[in-house]
Ligand binder design. Structure first.
Ligand code: FES
Length: 166
């Protein structure tokens, strides 16, 4: 850990910038109907996920009970209550990928990244997810990292792909 306190200063400045962005988001939606979802989307863009204290703050701001804010957040798959990785790896387990070895690809991806489905590495390098189809079945088996599709995969080829993303 740095003894000069520089890291702390940077973190404080980042926190302050996020807080200001959240305040302007509140301002933008002040008094508007149906503001909850766009505010949740905006807050997730700012923080990368939706920390509990931010959800409570949103509830206070919109004068909504916490149960409603948490209910909406957990209902929609687009919202995340825990920090996400810098890189999102999606492994397809749909039918076309399954019949061409999708399960083996998934097993190797778990080994390469070191987490299970839906989990994030402690260093926030990767979040691993499974999906039912990535829309490119002709390339099966397929994975996608940060929106980039990799197809016709074999387990031994995965390390090279995974290593490209830091
Ligand atoms: S089933 Fe895997 S891409 Fe469609």
């Amino acid at each position: 850990m740095s003894e000069c306190g520089c890291n702390q200063v940077v973190e404080d400045a980042e926190d302050l910038a996020k807080k200001e962005r959240l305040e302007s988001l509140f301002e933008q939606w002040r008094g508007a109907d149906g503001a909850l979802i766009p505010i949740l989307q905006g807050a997730q863009e700012i923080y990368g996920y939706l920390p509990k204290e931010i959800l409570l703050k949103i509830g206070r701001q919109l004068k909504l009970p916490a149960s409603r804010v948490f209910g909406v957040t957990t209902f929609y798959a687009q919202f995340h209550l825990h920090p996400r990785g810098r890189n999102i790896a999606r492994v397809c387990l749909g039918t076309a990928c399954h019949v061409r070895g999708g399960a083996e690809i998934f097993e190797r991806m778990k080994q390469e990244i070191g987490v299970n489905d839906g989990e994030t590495t402690p260093d926030l390098r990767y979040t691993l997810e499974t999906v039912a189809c990535l829309g490119c079945c002709g390339l099966s088996p397929v994975i996608m990292i940060n929106g980039e599709a990799y197809g016709r995969l074999v387990p031994d080829g995965l390390k090279e792909i995974v290593d490209q993303y830091q």
